[in-house]
Design a protein around this ligand. Structure first.
Ligand code: SF4
Length: 422
């Protein structure tokens, strides 16, 4: 139930109801149920476990009133910028660009974490919270309890809870599927397999772990541990990520088991957000080997299923240079399969990734355009293609120019893939 308190300096609202639908819109939208503390200087948002999840500065030093900081489940602060509204939507499919504090492959974005107002909030939010607690008198008992509980959750506690999450999943999710942007990356991670099939030379996120499946017992234990960790805030999640790098290779039975158990035990389809979403990665071989019955089942189980496949290139010289042990013939067959599945299943979208880099062989971009342009007489709205820059920490005008050229020529929705961890 909503409860509020206000004095001249501070207003506090518990259990505010944000939007129940993820939308793409040019002003900030808050999702699910959260509590808000608003002072002259800042707005702080807390989830249903009283953990801080968002912060916005209200001073003149804050970069832009519509921009905000989000704290992720992995305990990273991410700064959402509108990029001056120039080209962010065209490049990413979203109105706000996540700026990250760790090295990534983004070719657009600034350095918001160098701004004193941003630094101040990420570093001193807890001290502010304590000061707010000390400054308010005569608050309703529920509000007082909320403040006490929020103050008790220190930055160290949040770091420990992030570690617990990584331990449950058998390691941190080092890269989320690009499609997770559709739910603002608010996904619950469940590892059903580890490792991947190819161990490509170019890949920075691969593990040494040979591809291996989790048992049903291990999956159920993980779900129960996740249920406990997400606790009351579980009701703000309607999306599941099946990890790790090639969950599609786990096969129909294990995927459906994990999906059904998660829906039942985590209540993803009964959350404060409407619908339910599933995200996973696949590979060329796992896609081509998939029992088609899986798609019939997923199409019924979730409102939306997004499967992201790393194709990387349709040029053999480029695949060889990347150290990706597959043939162009297989890439083309996978691409055709993707189109057929996207056409057949209204609730499933299979997306794919291609590499972008200035140093790739000459045949890479023409072969890419053969697939994404020449195969289609008209532009299509489904079957997104993500271009993933190979370079890390090197924003580049030339690359943005090249991306825009490819995007204009592509007849499939085409966006940048910004590598983001959970
Ligand atoms: S690109 Fe995908 S398949 Fe290749 S090594 Fe990385 S995770 Fe594995």
């Amino acid at each position: 139930m909503t409860e509020s308190y206000g004095n001249k300096e501070t207003s506090i609202t518990l259990n505010k109801e944000g939007s129940d639908t993820y939308t793409k819109i040019s002003y900030p939208v808050r999702y699910g149920v959260y509590s808000e503390i608003k002072t002259r200087d800042a707005v702080l948002h807390f989830n249903l476990n009283h953990e801080i999840v968002r912060a916005v500065g209200r001073t003149r030093q804050w970069i832009h009133p519509n921009e905000w900081l989000k704290r992720t489940r992995g305990d990273d602060w991410v700064y959402y910028s509108n990029g001056g509204y120039t080209g962010v939507f065209e490049a990413t499919g979203e109105y706000y660009l996540p700026n990250l504090q760790y090295p990534t492959n983004a070719i657009i974005g600034g350095k918001p974490f160098k701004e004193p107002a941003v630094k101040d909030l990420t570093e001193a939010w807890h001290q502010r919270l304590i000061e707010i607690r000390e400054s308010v008198n005569g608050v309703p008992s529920q509000v007082g309890r909320f403040l006490d509980q929020a103050c008790a959750i220190t930055p160290e506690t949040l770091g420990q809870r992030a570690q617990q999450l990584f331990e449950i999943s058998g390691g941190r999710v080092t890269v989320m599927p690009p499609d997770a942007r559709h739910v603002d990356y608010d996904i619950i991670p469940l590892t059903i397999s580890q490792g991947c099939l190819y161990k490509c030379r170019f890949c920075r996120i691969k593990t040494d772990h040979p591809f291996a499946l989790k048992t049903r017992e291990e999956i159920t234990q993980q779900i129960l541990a996740l249920k406990k960790l997400y606790n009351k805030d579980r009701s703000n999640y309607n999306s599941l990520f099946l990890g790790e790098h090639d969950a599609l290779a786990a096969g129909r039975e294990l995927i459906v088991f994990a999906a059904e158990q998660s829906l039942a035990l985590l209540g993803l389809d009964r959350a404060n957000l409407g619908g339910s979403n599933l995200f996973l990665f696949g590979s060329v071989d796992s896609l081509l080997d998939t029992d088609p019955g899986l798609f019939d089942q997923l199409n019924r189980l979730f409102s939306n299923t997004y499967i992201n496949i790393g194709l990387e290139s349709a040029d053999q010289e480029t695949l060889d240079k990347l150290g990706k042990p597959i043939t162009v013939a297989k890439v083309e067959e996978a691409f055709e399969t993707i189109q057929a599945i996207n056409h057949r299943y209204p609730n499933i979208e299979i997306t794919c990734n291609f590499i972008m880099d200035e140093s790739l062989p000459k045949g890479h971009y023409p072969s890419f355009l053969r697939l994404v342009r020449e195969n289609f007489p008209h532009a299509k709205s489904k079957g997104t293609v993500y271009l993933s820059p190979l370079t890390i920490n090197r924003p580049s005008r030339e690359m943005v120019f090249e991306f825009n050229r490819l995007k204009c020529l592509s007849r499939l929705p085409t966006f940048l893939y910004i590598i983001q961890r959970l």
